[in-house]
Design a protein around this ligand. Structure first.
Ligand SMILES: [Cu+2]
Length: 68
């Protein structure tokens, strides 16, 4: 099992949180997504490391961006 943490920029409300949860949750191998709206921290639990490229793609698909 793998746990990775990223910071997402641009979330402002619960709708943003659910958009991120849905998009990142649909990345193959991801089993859980925890989003903290206040800090922008997104914690991803997966069977194996997802990697920042796949996470970035999902986050941008939802309309947000990753802090570098
Ligand atoms: Cu929002």
């Amino acid at each position: 099992m793998s746990i990775e943490t990223y910071t997402v920029i641009g979330m402002t409300c619960g709708h943003c949180v659910s958009s991120i949860s849905t998009e990142v949750g649909s990345v193959p191998g991801v089993t859980a997504v925890d989003v903290d709206l206040a800090t922008g921290k997104v914690t991803i639990t997966s069977e194996r490391p997802v990697g920042c490229d796949a996470v970035r793609e999902a986050v941008e698909e939802a309309g947000y961006s990753l802090a570098s």
